[in-house]
Design a binder for this molecule. Structure first.
Ligand code: PLP
Length: 406
């Protein structure tokens, strides 16, 4: 958590609230093997399990329905998120889709206008097919609260901090409103993970994860999870997971569980490195704006201080000079790989307009504030001095490029 505030930007580490669940997550399944006493739990790849007699299954019968390795991961994530249980899915989008199964024809889904592009695409496609309505709104505006009161959505979808602009939504306020109007509040907690934000404790009904990101943390699994507080909701989601066949594979669950054991340790390094990156970018002549809730001038700073226990690993930046400046900046970066995804130990850089949010049309991108000059950086756990040096040379290159053009 120690981070320097070397250039006067004023970035400070956020306070950390103990969650009391880290030890449980680290130790999930450790030393529970009754066959050989293996310290790390074995992986159960079997698709099926023997019945004692016709109609008399054991604890498990078929792996689409339930699997011991997947159950261990579900326990770990549910524990970290302070939920009743979790449904583990084959991708983050499968988890998002499961939550949309709570919607029927004529229902309203209230979603943020700057949610992950894949969620935006799924919500639109499913609303047309199923016949529910979807409204993409700026959840920071008072008129959105008014709209929710008038139209009484079935689901209020929250993504905070949002992808890619790191806007912060007040989970407690929206969860309270959801309860008042009988809506289900769903928080996509992918960008922070339970190490830094606990939406269920703030009153949300469901938490959705792309475990592909921080929870696994090593960019070698695609997976997802939905965590519920209410057992009845959990059962409905589990029923749909089995019915649709979207459950995550045991091997992926095993790897994700391994990743989770280091979540807390990784989180601290991600955050300290991200703060140094923010300091490096802020105030540079080619940087139009740095988007990071740690900055006192960020519109969501105060809410983030209230509901987050860390700043996370993502930083977004608008460069002067649009697309050409982006190309100059990105080319030759040594330690930031140009790729989709985030939350892995390695640093990545993404151009949302042409990559993660390409499925949104121009108008939707504009409404969400995604411009040609926007870059999203996922800060890894490399030596921060290497990351800073790399970014400084990219900033210099971009400055030279802009200067030559003038
Ligand atoms: N939610 C958020 C916030 C994301 O960033 C992503 C993917 O980038 C998803 C959901 C979908 O996850 P997946 O790619 O694992 O399907």
């Amino acid at each position: 958590m120690s981070a320097r505030s070397s250039n006067g930007v004023g970035v400070k580490p956020i306070r950390r609230k103990g969650t009391g669940t880290i030890t449980r997550a680290v130790r999930t399944g450790i030393a529970t093997d009754t066959a050989y006493g293996s310290v790390v739990p074995p992986i159960y790849l079997s698709a099926n399990y023997a019945f004692a007699a016709p109609g008399i299954p054991g604890r498990y019968d078929y792996s689409r329905t339930a699997n011991p390795t997947r159950d261990q991961l579900a326990d770990a994530i549910a524990g970290l998120e302070h939920g009743t249980g979790a449904v583990i899915t084959a991708s983050g989008m499968a988890a998002v889709m499961l939550a949309t199964k709570l919607l029927s024809r004529g229902d309203l889904l209230l979603a943020p206008h700057d949610c992950y592009g894949g969620c935006h695409r799924l919500f639109l496609a499913e609303s047309e097919r199923v016949g529910f309505d979807v409204e993409f709104v700026d959840q920071r505006l008072p008129e959105t609260v008014q709209l929710a009161r008038e139209r009484r959505p079935r689901i209020i979808w929250i993504e905070t901090p949002s992808n890619p602009l790191l806007r912060v939504t007040d989970i407690d306020a929206w969860a309270r409103l959801a309860r008042e109007i009988g809506a289900v509040s769903v928080v996509d907690n992918t960008f922070l993970s339970p190490a830094n934000q606990l939406p269920l404790e703030l009153g949300a009904d469901l938490v959705v994860h792309s475990t592909t990101k921080l929870l696994n943390g090593h960019s070698d699994v695609v997976g997802g999870a939905v965590v519920a507080r209410d057992p009845a909701l959990l059962e409905t989601l589990g029923w749909w997971s089995n019915c649709l066949g979207v459950a995550g594979a045991p091997f992926d669950a095993y790897l994700t569980l391994r990743g989770i054991r280091t979540l807390e340790a990784r989180t601290r390094i991600h955050e300290a490195n991200a703060i140094r990156v923010v300091e490096t970018l802020c105030g540079h002549s080619v940087v139009e704006r740095v988007h990071h809730p740690s900055l006192p001038g960020h519109p969501g700073h105060e809410i983030a201080m209230k509901q987050q226990s860390g700043w996370g690993s993502l930083v977004s930046v608008d460069l002067e000079g649009g697309r050409q400046a982006v190309d100059a900046f990105v080319s030759g970066l040594r330690y930031f790989t140009l790729a989709e995804s985030l939350g892995g130990v390695e640093s990545l850089i993404t151009h949302p307009a042409t990559m993660t949010h390409a499925s949104m049309d121009e108008a939707a991108q504009r409404a969400a504030g995604i411009g040609e000059g926007l870059l999203r950086l996922s800060i890894g756990i490399e030596d921060v001095e290497d990351l800073v040096t790399d970014l400084e040379q990219a900033l210099k290159r971009t400055e030279e490029f802009i200067y030559q053009r003038l």
